[in-house]
Design a protein around this ligand. Structure first.
Ligand SMILES: [Mg+2]
Length: 364
């Protein structure tokens, strides 16, 4: 990627510590937005997010949509976003099918025969990349490209297994084990890819996030100088932002919960966090080292011999505004720099106990 990274590789400060003194929509020129769990969950927009994205655009931020969901072609994704109140053009959307198709075209050359497994978005992307789409293992495909699709069943998986066993390269658009839904996590492409891998014993090549190809392509298309990745998954969106050298905002409207964030390894730690994408419109407080612990707003967290502790400063008025996540920001820094195993957190007072329960964390 040629754009200057928002976060210099020489920046040694821990993730989250710097915050963002002005709303990210005024600081970063392009938001690289994940879709499932960020803009929508299942069929519906995340409440307030279409309005927030309109306000971010009004503040001068451009939007790019980067999805590991391979099922639908970009024009269909753009039409769905527009219907949900987020006006989008097909060329603002990058799907993992497109990324997989470019990788396969580069690897095998134009016109190579490829067996798609997944929704219509997979075959559309393969044809657009100049590849020849076949539907049977007997057609001797050089690759199987597997992406998410609700229609994927035994017959498609069996065809893929035979083709891969006969020597076709198995390429997965992404390896997300789950997709978010209003009923909780449901099987994602990674789970279906696992079926083909388990039966053939061959490891697939994965081309979607966290591989940086999609974020890099979005940066190239938009000419972003200072992009901000907005995502709900640590192992795809946030890791992808690290590998693309971009800053990141984690939102809690999708699959990640506070316990998962506290346990995150270095590649999975975001620069900013918010309840949802409306976090683009507000300043994010810094987290500062204080007395062997970490302070954010009126909260202080320490990592001691007995594990993590969180202290509030009572419920009185005064102090900077708190979006309900300041204590969690302090706790993340304590967990990430303290070297203790995340476990139940000691509540130093009643406000800490209430906050911890609100984030679904175990209290001791
Ligand atoms: Mg997502």
């Amino acid at each position: 990627m040629t754009a200057a990274p928002a976060r210099s590789p020489a920046d040694e400060s821990p993730r989250l510590a710097a915050g963002c003194a002005r709303p990210p929509a005024e600081v970063y020129d392009v938001a690289l937005l994940d879709l499932d769990g960020v803009v929508y969950v299942g069929p519906d927009a995340v409440p307030g997010v279409p309005e927030a994205l309109a306000a971010a655009r009004a503040a001068g931020m451009r939007l790019g949509f980067v999805t590991n969901n391979a099922a639908r072609p970009p024009a269909e994704v753009a039409a769905h976003l527009t219907e949900l109140g987020v006006p989008a053009d097909a060329d603002e959307v990058i799907t993992s099918s497109q990324a997989a198709a470019s990788v396969v075209a580069e690897l095998l050359g134009p016109g190579a025969r490829v067996l798609p497994v997944g929704g219509p978005g997979v075959a559309t992307a393969l044809r657009a990349a100049g590849l020849t789409v076949v539907d049977r293992a007997e057609d001797d495909p050089a690759a199987v490209v597997q992406g998410y699709g609700r229609e994927v069943g035994w017959a498609q998986l069996a065809e893929a297994v035979v083709a891969v066993r006969n020597g076709a390269r198995h390429v997965a658009t992404n390896a997300d084990a789950t997709i978010p839904s209003p009923r909780g996590p449901l099987p994602g492409n990674g789970a279906m890819v696992g079926v083909v891998r388990d039966v053939t014993g061959r490891e697939p090549l994965v081309t979607g996030k966290p591989d940086p190809a999609m974020h890099a392509e979005c940066v190239r298309r938009t000419g972003a100088a200072d992009p901000l990745v907005v995502g709900d998954r640590l192992d795809t969106d946030i890791e992808g932002s690290h590998r693309a050298g971009a800053a990141s905002l984690l939102v809690f409207s999708g699959v990640t919960d506070p316990a998962g964030l506290l346990a995150a390894g270095p590649l999975h730690r975001p620069d900013l966090l918010a309840a949802d994408a409306a976090g683009l419109l507000v300043a994010h407080p810094p987290v500062t080292a204080e007395d062997g612990g970490w302070r954010c707003g009126r909260w202080r967290a320490v990592s001691g011999g007995a594990g993590l502790e969180l202290h509030g400063a009572g419920d009185g008025p005064g102090g900077p505004p708190d979006d309900g996540l300041d204590g969690l920001r302090a706790l993340c820094l304590a967990a990430w720099t303290g070297g203790t195993e995340p476990g139940p957190v000691h509540a130093g007072d009643e406000s800490a106990r209430r906050a911890l329960a609100g984030w679904g964390l175990e209290v001791r």
